[in-house]
Design a protein around this ligand. Structure first.
Ligand code: ADP
Ligand code: ASP
Ligand code: MG
Length: 413
C-alpha cells in the first residue's frame, strides 16, 4: 500500500478544532487509499513556554533535562491527534519518538537522526492500522535519554520518516500556502513559488526562513524525498497545491535572485584589542566551538601595533555561553583581549539564488540598495549562491522589502 507522510506544525494543531481540521485532511488521504504517517508539532506557543520554564529554572541547564521538558509538547498533540482520528473511525495510534524508536546521537538540543527502524510501525500497518501519529522533534539517544532535534525539528522528523519508509510524498502542512520569495508576513507582495530547488531552499532555511528546518531540506536533498509545503487551512490538498522542493533541473524560472531571508535574533560580539599573532583565531574559535556556540559571520579588523579587533556573530540566546567561554579562555591565558563588546540588536538579511553563480554584480547591487535606504552594513559574508549582511535590527524589515523590490522578486522570469 502506498504511504504518505503528513506533518502538521504548531499553528495547525493549536487547539482541538484545528486538530480536528488536520485530522480530516488525514482521513481524506486514507480515503484516497494511502496509509499515512502523521508527524505533529506541539501546539503553537507551547515549546516556547517550555523553553522559558527551563531557562527560568537554570541558566546553564543540563541539556538532557531541557530535552525531557521541551519534547513533552509533542506528546500531547500526538495523543490528541490519534484520539481525534479514532473518533472519526480511522484506525490510528500514537507513537513517541523512543517507541518507534527514532534513534539519534547524544547532541541534546540539536540531535541528529541516526536511524529509524521501520519494523514496529510496519507490523501495525500490516495488522490494519492506517495511520501512525508520531510525535515530531524528539528521539532517543544511545544512552536511552530523550533528545530533541533543534527548534523547528518536526520538519526533519517528517522528512526522515519519508526517507526511511520510502513514502510517496512528504507534505508539510503549515499556516502559509507554500514557499514564497520572502516571508509573506513581512512583504505582502511576496510571490508564492510553484517549485524551488533543494539547494536554494537549503540556503534560505539556513539563513533564517523558518518555513522549513535546514536539516529537513538537507535530508530531502540527500534522499531525494519529494517535499512539499502547503496550507492546513485551505481545502485544496491535490497534487497542484503548495510549493514543491525539487532538483534545479525541474525548474523553469530563471530569476538571478530567488529569495530574501532574514534572521532576527542575531548578536555581534567584538573582542577588542586582541594580540594579533598566528593562532589567534584558533585560540578564540576553538573554545567557542567547544562551548557549542554557533558562530556565523567573522571579521578581523586591520591590525595596529600588533593588536586587532575580532568580531563574530552568533544567535542571541548563545551570548551568555559565548561570553563565559571567552572569559574562561582569557582567565587561563590562552587569549588576551582588552574587552568584549556585545551588540544584541542586529539582524541578518540575505539574498539567495543559483543564478548568482553566473551573474556578476549582484552583491554590489544589494549594497547600493541598502545604501540608498541609509542602512549601515556591519558585516558581510558571501558564498556562491548567497550574500548576507548584518545590519541594525530596526532596519531589518525595511531592508527585506527594499531588496525584494529592487530584485523584482514579485515577478517570475
Ligand atoms: P509551523 O509551525 O507550521 O512549523 P513555522 O512558523 O515554523 O510553521 O513556519 C511557517 C512560517 O514561516 C510562516 O508563517 C512564515 O511567516 C514563515 N516564513 C519565512 N520565510 C518564508 C518563506 N520564504 N515562505 C513562506 N513562509 C515563510
Ligand atoms: N515544537 C518544536 C518547536 O517549536 C518543533 C517544531 O514545531 O517543529 O521548535
Ligand atoms: Mg516550523
Amino acid at each position: 500500500m502506498s504511504l504518505v507522510v503528513m506533518k502538521f506544525g504548531g499553528t495547525s494543531v493549536a487547539d482541538l478544532s484545528k486538530i480536528a481540521n488536520a485530522a480530516r485532511k488525514v482521513q481524506q488521504e486514507v480515503e484516497n487509499g494511502h496509509n499515512v504517517i502523521v508527524i505533529v508539532s506541539a501546539m503553537s506557543g507551547k515549546t516556547n513556554e517550555l523553553v522559558g520554564w527551563v531557562s527560568e529554572t537554570s541558566t546553564f541547564y543540563d541539556a538532557r533535562e531541557y530535552d525531557a521538558v521541551v519534547s513533552s509538547g509533542e506528546n500531547v498533540t500526538a495523543g490528541l491527534m490519534a484520539l481525534t482520528l479514532q473518533e472519526m473511525g480511522v484506525a490510528a495510534r500514537s507513537w513517541q519518538g523512543w517507541q518507534v524508536p527514532l534513534q539519534t546521537n547524544s547532541a541534546h538540543g540539536a540531535a541528529r537522526i541516526l536511524d529509524i527502524p521501520c519494523e514496529n510501525l510496519n507490523s501495525k500497518f500490516d495488522q490494519g492500522m492506517n495511520v501512525a501519529v508520531v510525535a515530531g522533534f524528539q528521539g532517543v539517544s544511545p544512552e536511552g535519554r530523550i533528545t530533541t532535534l533543534g527548534r523547528g525539528g518536526s520538519d526533519t522528523t517528517a522528512v526522515a520518516f519519508a526517507a526511511a519508509f520510502k513514502a510517496q510524498r512528504c507534505d508539510i502542512y503549515t499556516d502559509v500556502d507554500g514557499i514564497y520569495t520572502t516571508d509573506p508576513r513581512i512583504v505582502s507582495k511576496a510571490r508564492k513559488m510553484e517549485k524551488i530547488s533543494y539547494e536554494e531552499m537549503l540556503e534560505l532555511a539556513s539563513l533564517g526562513a523558518k518555513v522549513l528546518q535546514t536539516r529537513s531540506v538537507e535530508l530531502a536533498m540527500r534522499y531525494k524525498v519529494p517535499l512539499r509545503v502547503l496550507s492546513s487551512f485551505e481545502d485544496d490538498i491535490s497534487e497542484t497545491a503548495g510549493t514543491y522542493v525539487c532538483d534545479e533541473e525541474e525548474i523553469m524560472e530563471d530569476n538571478v535572485v530567488s529569495g530574501v531571508a532574514y534572521s532576527r535574533d542575531e548578536a555581534k560580539i567584538t573582542l577588542v584589542s586582541v594580540a594579533d599573532r598566528p593562532g589567534v583565531a584558533a585560540a578564540i574559535f576553538v573554545p567557542l566551538a567547544e562551548a557549542g556556540v554557533n558562530v556565523d559571520m567573522i571579521v578581523q579588523n586591520i591590525s595596529e601595533e600588533g593588536r586587532t579587533d575580532m568580531t563574530f556573530s552568533c544567535p542571541t540566546n548563545e551570548i551568555a555561553r559565548a561570553q563565559k567561554a571567552l572569559e574562561t579562555a582569557k582567565g587561563s591565558g590562552t587569549i588576551n583581549f582588552h574587552g568584549l563588546v556585545v551588540d544584541d540588536l542586529v539582524a541578518k538579511v540575505s539574498i539567495v539564488g543559483v543564478g548568482m553563480r553566473s551573474h556578476a554584480g549582484i552583491a554590489a547591487k544589494m549594497f547600493e540598495v541598502l545604501a540608498k535606504e541609509g542602512v549601515n552594513i556591519r558585516v558581510i559574508t558571501t558564498s556562491e549562491i548567497k550574500v548576507s549582511v548584518l545590519i541594525d535590527r530596526k532596519y531589518m524589515e525595511l531592508a527585506v522589502r527594499a531588496l525584494h523590490d529592487a530584485f523584482e522578486l514579485e515577478k517570475a522570469t
